[in-house]
Write a protein that binds this ligand. Sequence first.
Ligand code: NAI
Length: 256
Amino acid sequence: MHQLEQKPVALVTGGAQGIGFGIAEHLLTQGWHVAIADINPSSSTAAQAALAQFRESFRVMRCDVSQEKDVERCVRSVLEQFGQLDGLVNNAGIANPHSGPVEALTLADWNRWIATNLTGGFLMAKHTVPHLRQTKGAIVNIASTRALQSEPDSEAYAASKGGLVALTHALAVSLGPDIRVNCISPGWIDVSAQQHPSQAANLSPSDQQQHPVGRVGQAQDVAELVNFLLSEAAGFVTGQNFVVDGGMTRKMIYAT
Ligand code: NAI
């Protein structure tokens, strides 16, 4: 086993791009070792650049979080490479919420959303818990404000994220006091910088101004909270769902 200098170690799923990459990058700057597990590990040039910058502290693994064998192999590999695990961030997801009219939603498509967005979180928790117990670690699940409210034709996504919120409090009660488990439900997060850094986001003034805070969210907004929830500073916080949406779900909206 290759034991590196004793920094905390986090496993971030779906970390090759988007919010997951933002979380991975932020944790690296905060002194963590980070392994990312992604079904498409080479999807972003940002991750490749980080790999070069944080060479000793950063690992990228191919893993489909909905496949138990992949998850087992990935967790084993993190332990072999870093010797311990202190934090799990279940971020991997099919981020497109639109599954079409429910009458036309195939069982296969329903199962695809649930398998990645919900079962993936269960499998990762199942296989990391023995290691997180040893370090008194923490888990953060990335759900969505769509666990709480909906647009039409988003049943599979909404159900998967609602399930993740419920999985969070169930795990928190089962795994305490050794392991804390929390959830973050982001609203609209612009991930263009973590997907295609050369292409600026095409956001209108109204996209920004409709948010009570005056802007659309960034991956960093989620990453800051992940870092806090994984840290000992959050030692009295478990089983919770934190909404990070610039206040959108607090606005009363009736068509005029
Ligand atoms: P994204 O599509 O940019 O990133 C998702 C990542 O997950 C990709 O790297 C993808 O390859 C990976 N992934 C997909 N299926 C996987 C699987 N089976 N196994 C392993 N990795 C897999 O999406 P984004 O926007 O960064 O979303 C990240 C998470 O945040 C998702 O769970 C999404 O539902 C959630 N979220 C995103 C919001 C947003 O506005 N961007 C809002 C609320 C929640």
